[in-house]
Design a protein around this ligand. Sequence first.
Ligand SMILES: O=C[C@H](O)[C@H](O)[C@H](O)COP(=O)(O)O
Length: 260
Amino acid sequence: MPSNLSPIDTAKFVAAKRAVDFVEDGMRVGLGTGSTAAWMVRCLGERVREEGLKISGVPTSTRTAELARQVGIKVVSLDEARWLDVTIDGADEFDADLNLIKGGGGALLQEKIVATASDMMVVITDPSKQVEHLGAFPLPVEVIPFGWQTSKALIEETLAALDVLGQTGSLRMNGEAPFVTDEGNHIIDLHLQRIGDPRQLTMVLNQIPGVVENGLFIDICDKVVIGHQDGKVEVIDINEGTRDDGFVEFADAENLFTDI
Ligand SMILES: O=C[C@H](O)[C@H](O)[C@H](O)COP(=O)(O)O
């Protein structure tokens, strides 16, 4: 049966399908957030239902928690799990050092805590997220609501002092109201175009009062699994480089929507 998935969903699905091979019985697994991570949660749920795989999943957002429960994954909190074997998540951008921008869906804070508490972080993606320099995707910065305009001004002043291109930030909105994260905070998206020194920028941003966390993931990701629309998969490992990883069958992907 041919798949009716769009090319982009096919790419996301095959990356997700291959990445869940890293999950073994008994593991504690960080469950990312976003459209790519949702495929991973569905694929893991399929393994739980069909193979009897026993895992504990730590979701990184309320939406992921809901989906994980729907597909039959046992959901526990990070405090219950304490330390995780692997986290699988999407990203908005990744570079050759496997540094990332995340937070396009607003889940960066829980995602960073969960990924950092994991022995291995695997990012799943389609090829469009690979960049030479991070920064074309607006960098999300999570700020507490109290005095957010002052925090935004301080962020912009700090960027100007660092001579970072494109120093404007915009408050993320949800219709007429500011977007609110699962932790009750707001997001300032920084339109930087190109981030010359992501390591310096993440440290500097997190020093600013009111800033809770930013979407740069530096030295956290171990592997990136890239899915292509024809089913081809590549794996980039931070130590071993890039390898072609064959093809993943995707004709049955749509059943993951309908079986649940
Ligand atoms: O806050 C959201 C996350 O960081 C997502 O993993 C990221 O935005 C990628 O999402 P998607 O897979 O939908 O492109």
